[in-house]
Ligand binder design. Structure first.
Ligand code: UTP
Length: 290
C-alpha cells in the first residue's frame, strides 16, 4: 500500500509583483478572501485531506505568515476578557498544533521548482503534497482530499488539472494525457507554459500536487526552464514513464487569486455564500450593477 500523505509544502517565497503595492510589506499569501488569509484556506484544505505537517518555504518579508499560525497572547486574553468567545474560538481552531509546522527559506525566488527543492531536508524520503496558496480551491470534499483518494488507488504522483482556454495555455504547465477513466487520466508528458500551437492538450496543472521524493533528483540539478526559472514541471516530467503519474480533473471551483480579477471574484463568490453576508452583499452588488 502506498505510504499515506502526511506532509505538505506551501511555497510562499514569491514576490507577488502582480499585487503591488499591496504586497510590498504584506505577503500575497496573507491577502484576505472576505476575512481569512489565502494561506489559511490552503492549510484547512490540507488538514481536511488528512495532512498533519505543514512546511512553509518562506523568504524575506514573510514573517507574518509564521505569526499568523502562532498564538497571539494579548489578542486572545483581550477577546476572553471582553467575552468575544466566538472570535476567540475561531482563532484557536485555525491554529495547527505545536510541532505541526516547519519553516524553511528560499533565499532567492528562483522559481517554483527551486522553492520545493528548498524543502528537501524537511521532507526526506517520503511522498508529499504541494499546494500553491494563491490558487484557492472551493468545493466539498476539497481538491487535496480528492487527490489523496486517487493516490490511494494508483500510488505515485498525482496532479490536479483543469481545462483552460486555448489562449491561456502559455500561463500554465500543460499535461499530455493518456488513457482516462472518469476524471482521472494517465499523464504521458508535460510542458511548462506552451504556446497554444505547441500545447499537448488544454489540461492545465493548477497548483495542487502529490509527489514522490525522487522529484528532488532533477530539481537538484537546478536547470532553468521557461522564464529562466527552475520549474517544477521540468522536474516532474522526468518522473513520467518511470513512476505512476495521474492527473485528476477535480470537482470544484478554482479561483486564481494570483491575478486581480480572480482575487475579486473569490471575494464575491465566497462572500455571497456566507449566511452572515450574502444577502447584504447581493443588495450592494445590485446597486452597482443597476
Ligand atoms: P507565482 O508566480 O504565482 O507567485 O507563484 P509570485 O511570483 O509571487 O507572483 P507574481 O507573478 O510576481 O505576482 C506561485 C506560488 O509559488 C511561490 C509563490 O509565493 C506563490 O505562492 N513561489 C514562486 C515561490 O515560493 N518561489 C518562487 O521562486 C516562485
Amino acid at each position: 500500500m502506498a505510504p499515506a500523505i502526511k506532509t505538505i509544502v506551501f511555497p510562499v517565497a514569491g514576490l507577488g509583483t502582480r499585487f503591488l503595492p499591496a504586497t510590498k510589506a504584506i505577503p500575497k499569501e496573507m491577502l484576505p478572501i472576505v476575512d481569512k488569509p489565502l494561506i489559511q484556506y490552503a492549510v484547512e484544505e490540507a488538514a481536511e485531506a488528512g495532512i498533519e505537517h505543514f512546511v512553509f518555504v518562506t523568504g524575506r518579508g514573510k514573517n507574518s505568515i509564521e505569526d499568523h499560525f502562532d498564538r497571539a497572547f494579548e489578542l486572545e486574553t483581550t477577546l476572553e476578557a471582553t467575552g468575544k468567545t466566538e472570535a476567540l474560538e475561531g482563532l484557536m481552531n485555525s491554529r495547527p498544533r505545536p510541532g505541526q509546522m516547519s519553516f524553511t527559506r528560499q533565499q532567492e525566488p528562483l522559481g517554483l521548482g527551486h522553492a520545493i527543492w528548498c524543502a528537501r531536508d524537511v521532507i526526506g524520503d517520503r511522498p508529499f503534497a504541494v499546494a500553491l496558496p494563491d490558487e484557492l480551491m472551493h468545493g466539498e470534499p476539497g481538491c487535496l482530499a480528492q487527490m489523496v483518494e486517487v493516490y490511494r488507488e494508483h500510488g505515485g504522483n498525482v496532479v490536479a488539472v483543469q481545462e483552460v482556454r486555448e489562449e491561456h495555455t502559455s500561463r500554465y504547465g500543460i499535461i499530455k494525457p493518456g488513457a482516462a477513466e472518469g476524471p482521472v487520466s494517465e499523464v504521458r508528458g508535460m510542458v511548462e507554459k506552451p504556446a497554444a500551437t505547441e500545447a499537448p492538450s488544454r489540461l492545465a496543472m493548477v497548483g495542487r500536487y502529490i509527489l514522490q521524493p525522487e522529484v528532488f533528483g532533477p530539481l537538484a540539478e537546478g536547470r532553468r526552464g521557461a522564464g529562466n526559472e527552475i520549474q517544477l514541471t521540468d522536474a516532474m516530467a522526468e518522473l513520467v514513464g518511470r513512476q505512476p503519474f495521474h492527473a485528476l480533473r477535480f470537482d470544484g471551483r478554482r479561483f486564481d487569486c494570483g491575478n486581480k480579477v480572480g482575487y475579486l471574484e473569490a471575494n464575491l463568490a465566497i462572500g455571497l455564500e456566507r449566511d452572515d453576508l450574502g444577502e447584504e452583499l447581493r443588495r450592494v452588488l445590485a446597486r452597482h450593477l443597476a
